[in-house]
Every structure is written in structure tokens, then in C-alpha cells.
Design a protein around this ligand. Structure first.
Ligand SMILES: Nc1ncnc2c1ncn2[C@@H]1O[C@H](COP(=O)(O)OP(=O)(O)OP(=O)(O)O)[C@@H](O)[C@H]1O
Ligand SMILES: [Mg+2]
Length: 291
């Protein structure tokens, strides 16, 4: 049986994972002395990690329950999410579709630990993100989640390789930066600066930057939103390849219903609620998609 015990050690700025299957992984900050370690363990908030929840052969990675988000804008309450329930399985490629303002980004941001809900729960395996403190959420984002946004946000004074290396530096078990660029088809361009790359190439650098950490969850908010059809296809092919080769669980937000054809499941959001879930009978390769 595989079980994980996770200790959140706020005073050490560390998350310690003990995995009965493969031993202990402990990441401690340099300020850790044995005395602080003992004191911190004595006052630690800990959670027992049970084996991942099974659903036939599928293992659950994220579990969203009764999730609501309300923004208060003066006198007005904006209900961005209303009691959303959602399961995301390990290795799944999920597409989130819905009109503007339907709550797609709000849901993704909460799943990625960038935002907190007003109500409800978001579990990553058996880690309840919604009661985690800021430090534990930061550690979660750093180690488990890769983000890709519509705009690439690369550092202009660094080459593609240096941009990717920067992200690798904060991760516990990164892959080599040049390997990440190779996986997105940019081996030849790794020494180029962002200004010397096309929009699609810059977005693929952003994909490499997200995956170099080897995150288990890849969250993409309109990754092709600023791209034309053919460059958008190359970015989607890169995402599909990462999903298939590394098994990275991937969520892609888009306005383009056709992109749903490359997904395992398509979640339709409307007015802060899931209105429909589709499971395409057959997955279509991104290079066959039209929009
Ligand atoms: N920080 C915020 N403060 C106030 N209201 C917000 C905030 N963020 C989102 N909203 C509101 O919450 C609702 C959902 O927004 P969200 O960004 O999740 O939608 P979306 O589906 O991603 O839309 P789009 O496709 O345009 O990106 C909208 O009505 C939006 O105006
Ligand atoms: Mg959005």
C-alpha cells in the first residue's frame, strides 16, 4: 500500500513528505537547526495522507467540492463560482470551455493555489488546499503546479534557456532546462532572446518553463489565445506531447470548442456552474483541429 504522510512545518518554510513506497523526501530551509526542527515538529500541523482515492482504474489528483467564489465589489456581490464539484484524474487532459465571465480562470486559479475560494474545498490528492496557509500554498505552487497564461511573460533580457533555468532553480526535482526546450521542439532556438522568437515559439518557451519543474499539474489559461491557428497548433501539440510522455495532468482553458476534441473530458462552465461534461469518443490530434 502506498501512503504518504505530509508535515507542514511553517517555521521551517518546509514541506516534508514521507512516502512509504519510496522513502522520505525532505526539503528543509538552511535556517533549520535540530532544535527548531524538534520544536516545529512538536507544534506541527500535520495531515495523514491516505492512498489516493480510486475510481475504477483512474486515480484522482484534484477533487473540488462545493466550491464558491464571491467577489465583493462595493455593494455588489459577483458570484464567480457557485458550488462547483469537479474531479480531475491523474494523467487526464481536461478542457474548460465557457463564455467570458463564466468562472474558468477563477476555478483554475483556485486549483493552482493562486486564489482562495469563499466556500468549499479543493484537494490535491489528500492535501486540502483551502485550509493551507500561505507558505504551504506557495510550496504547492512551486513543486506541483506549472502555469501557462495567454501572455508568455518571459524575461526579455534572458535567453530561452536562461528563462527556463530560472524556473528550474526553485524546483526540488527539475529536469534539465535544455531537455524541457527539446520536448517543445525548441532545441535549435534555446540561445535566442524572446524578441528573436515568434509568439508561438515564446509560448513554447513558456511551456518549457512550466514543465521543467516536473509539475504533476499543468494549468493553462488560454494558452493559444494570442496565437494564430498554425502556431496555436504547435503549442497544443507540445502540450499533448507533455501530457502523453510525462503523464502530466493538464487543464486547458479555451474559448475554442474545437480544442475540446483533443481532451479526455470537456467541462462546460456557465455562470459559475458546470453546465455539462462531455467525454469525446475519440481524441483528435491538435494538428487535425480547425478553428
Ligand atoms: N478579482 C476580481 N474582482 C472582482 N470580480 C472578479 C475578479 N476576478 C473575476 N471577477 C469576476 O468573476 C467572474 C468570473 O471571472 P473569470 O475571470 O473567472 O471568468 P472567465 O470565464 O475566465 O472569463 P474570460 O473568458 O473572459 O477570461 C466575472 O464576472 C469577473 O468579472
Ligand atoms: Mg479567464
Amino acid at each position: 500500500m502506498r501512503g504518504i504522510l505530509l508535515f507542514a512545518l511553517p517555521r521551517l518554510n518546509a514541506v516534508t513528505r514521507i512516502n512509504s513506497g519510496s522513502g522520505a523526501e525532505v526539503a528543509l530551509s538552511p535556517k533549520c537547526s535540530p532544535k527548531i526542527l524538534m520544536e516545529s515538529i512538536l507544534e506541527m500541523k500535520f495531515r495523514f495522507y491516505m492512498p489516493p482515492i480510486q475510481n475504477s482504474q483512474k486515480q484522482l489528483l484534484c477533487k473540488v467540492r462545493n466550491l464558491s467564489k464571491t467577489y465583493l465589489m462595493g455593494e455588489v456581490s459577483v458570484h464567480a463560482l457557485r458550488k462547483v464539484d469537479l474531479d480531475l484524474y491523474q494523467g487526464e487532459l481536461m478542457v474548460l470551455l465557457g463564455p467570458s465571465g463564466s468562472g474558468k480562470s477563477t476555478l483554475l486559479n483556485i486549483m493552482g493555489g493562486l486564489d482562495v475560494p469563499s466556500e468549499g474545498e479543493m484537494w490535491f490528492e489528500n492535501f486540502d488546499l483551502t485550509i493551507a496557509d500561505e507558505e504551504a500554498r506557495t510550496e504547492y505552487r512551486r513543486q506541483e503546479v506549472g502555469f501557462i497564461f495567454q501572455f508568455y511573460n518571459l524575461i526579455p533580457s534572458l535567453t530561452a534557456l536562461e528563462n527556463v533555468r530560472l524556473s528550474a532553480e526553485i524546483a526540488a526535482q527539475p529536469m534539465a532546462a535544455d531537455d524541457a526546450l527539446l520536448r517543445v521542439g525548441l532545441a535549435e532556438r534555446m540561445h535566442h532572446f524572446p524578441s528573436q522568437l515568434s509568439g508561438g515559439e515564446q509560448q513554447r518557451v513558456a511551456v518549457a518553463r512550466a514543465i521543467v519543474k516536473q509539475p504533476r499539474l499543468l494549468l493553462c489559461d488560454e494558452p493559444t489565445g494570442a496565437l494564430d491557428h498554425s502556431t496555436g497548433q504547435l503549442v497544443l501539440l507540445a502540450l499533448q506531447k507533455i501530457n502523453q510522455e510525462l503523464g502530466t495532468t493538464t487543464v486547458i482553458i479555451t474559448h475554442n470548442a474545437d480544442i475540446g476534441k483533443m481532451a479526455d473530458r470537456v467541462i462546460h462552465l456557465s455562470d459559475g456552474q458546470i453546465s455539462r461534461i462531455e467525454t469525446p469518443a475519440e481524441k483528435v490530434s491538435p494538428d487535425k483541429l480547425l478553428w
